[in-house]
Design a protein around this ligand. Structure first.
Ligand SMILES: NC(=O)c1ccc[n+]([C@@H]2O[C@H](COP(=O)([O-])OP(=O)(O)OC[C@H]3O[C@@H](n4cnc5c(N)ncnc54)[C@H](O)[C@@H]3O)[C@@H](O)[C@H]2O)c1
Length: 253
């Protein structure tokens, strides 16, 4: 049976061209949402939109770099023009960055990872909050990481710092947005089976992660999408400022 929890809701998913963002966009569309599939990669975003369209859903592809506030404002304008409002924002876009010890991270690379992973969340939230306030509510889900709770096993110091920053930003935004009926939460995935991991880690490293995981596997993009949809749903209306772990028991705190 096809659930319809998000019938006619307007959802923006950043970094939705592949990986967990793509799975999240597809899952929202399956449940009736109108989805803005936004990403720096236009071709891949268009192919996700085609996939949604072929399944009978409604989506639009928008090329936007979350680290650029002008780009983000234009992205939100396109969504408003097409769908009239924004009910849900999923701040999913992120990069792992170059791995290696802290002393080998160039200042430019530090800035790039912080700009995309942390300032990107700030930019999109800043652009969408006035719309949600005006319409009397909304849901924001920020994609952090187990790295933000502890430290990154695949990435470096800039990645960990950016993902920890998202947790503070989530709590602060939640405290400010609560009076407007806007819920702001974070998810903290462990090691997930996406290109981010597959393109950066060796097969041996991935096998080790699987062996060390209590559930014996990496998470799937769909595992994470289920959680994001729950936090964006009315069922989660009394949850705000929270960080929800999803890691197969890899990090139990
Ligand atoms: N894969 C993991 O193990 C894991 C674990 C915890 C958290 N995360 C986080 O989950 C999110 C999704 O990761 P994924 O594994 O699906 O990664 P992915 O690399 O497969 O997909 C990331 C997407 O973000 C897009 N993107 C990158 N920079 C962008 C920018 N400046 N503006 C807009 N879009 C941009 C990419 O084009 C890509 O489509 C990221 O925030 C990542 O940090 C991933």
């Amino acid at each position: 049976m096809r659930a319809n929890r998000f019938a006619d809701k307007v959802v923006i998913v950043t970094g939705a061209a592949r990986g967990m963002g793509r799975a999240t966009a597809l899952a929202f569309a399956r449940e009736g949402a109108k989805v803005a599939v936004t990403d720096v990669s236009a071709d891949e975003a268009h192919s996700v939109v085609r996939e949604i369209g072929q399944a009978g859903g409604d989506a639009v592809a928008i090329q936007a770099d979350v680290s650029d506030l002008t780009d983000v404002s234009r992205m939100v304008d396109v969504v408003i023009e097409r769908y009239g409002t924004v009910d849900v924002l999923v701040n999913n876009a992120g990069v792992l960055g170059k791995t290696g010890p802290l002393e080998e991270i160039a200042p430019e690379e530090w800035a790039r990872v912080i700009d995309i992973n942390l300032t990107g969340v700030f930019n999109c939230t800043k652009a969408v909050l006035p719309i949600m306030k005006e319409r009397g509510g909304g849901k924001i889900v920020n994609v952090s990481s187990s790295a933000g709770r502890s430290y990154s096993t695949f990435g470096a110091a800039h990645y960990t710092a950016s993902k920890a920053g998202i947790l503070g930003l989530t709590r602060h935004t939640a405290s400010e947005a609560a009076p407007y009926n806007i819920n702001v939460n974070a998810v903290a995935p462990g090691s997930m089976d996406t290109e981010m991991v597959r393109l950066s880690a060796t097969p041996e490293h991935i096998a080790q992660e699987e062996a060390n995981n209590p559930l014996g596997r990496l998470g799937t993009p769909e595992d994470e999408a289920h959680l994001v949809l729950f936090l964006a749903s009315e069922e989660a209306s009394y949850i705000t400022g929270a960080t929800v772990d999803i890691n197969g028991g890899d990090l139990m705190i």
